[in-house]
Design a protein around this ligand. Structure first.
Ligand SMILES: O=C(O)CCC(=O)C(=O)O
Length: 219
């Protein structure tokens, strides 16, 4: 268990890849030994199921990063600016349920950390001068629907060559057939919309641990 906690960019996978199945397992795999000081992944144990997170699962987790939140019927309307994380204040998330615990470990090359679509996670801060290398791999049942941002025309891509990343931030594969709702803007920080703080207030989530003033983001 981590006792001196700094954890960046806490989020759930669901907001980025929830258009297919929620029966998707996320795996974080370090490609080298990653001790705590190199900023391994950390997960908020219980955040996928503890009752204190119910409202969070009804609100933040329903937000489609490329689309708008659960109250939006029009792409881009009622969206939230910024790159997606709920917070970089791990204490804020701990306050949702007394049984929740931030967990991390000293990882060895090739370890696999698996977690659900609704599990909050982030990265501990890398306090060394070295880069740490890892990959994210996702698994889902073969017959479950795919998120069209990560597939070719919504079909399974086993054996197919994908030209480049598509969807989330636009980019190399922009010439490929568009998903139903295309990504908007290449710079996440420049997305229009309300701030995460404003969204939390609208969703009725506790704000005691949120800083009352956020640095303004460019629109
Ligand atoms: O490797 C990292 O630090 C972040 C990975 C992550 O957040 C993710 O896989 O969703």
């Amino acid at each position: 268990m981590v006792t001196h906690l700094r954890c960046d960019a806490c989020h759930t996978p669901q907001i980025y890849m929830g258009r297919g199945t929620l029966d998707l397992t996320n795996c974080w795999i370090p490609l080298m030994d990653v001790p705590l000081e190199m900023g391994p992944l950390c997960v908020l144990e219980g955040s996928n199921a503890l009752p204190g997170f119910d409202r969070m699962h009804e609100t933040y987790c329903q937000w489609d990063f490329n689309h708008g939140d659960a109250t939006s019927t029009t792409p881009g309307v009622n969206d939230i600016r910024g790159p997606g994380p709920f917070t970089s204040n791990p204490w804020e998330l701990l306050s949702y349920d007394p049984a929740a615990r931030w967990m991390s470990a000293k990882f060895e090359q090739g370890d696999v950390l698996a977690f659900t679509m609704k599990t909050f996670h982030g990265s501990l801060v890398n306090t060394t001068a070295a880069n740490r290398l890892s990959v994210d791999v996702r698994y889902q049942p073969l017959d479950a629907p795919l998120d069209d941002r990560y597939s070719i025309q919504g079909h399974a891509t086993a054996g197919a060559e994908i030209a480049g990343p598509r969807g989330l931030f636009g980019g190399a594969a922009a010439a490929m057939p568009s998903p139903a709702v295309p990504a908007r803007g290449k710079t996440p920080g420049l997305k229009p919309g309300r701030s995460m703080y404003e969204a939390k207030r609208e969703w009725g989530l506790p704000l005691e641990h949120v800083e009352a003033t956020e640095p303004p983001l460019p629109r």
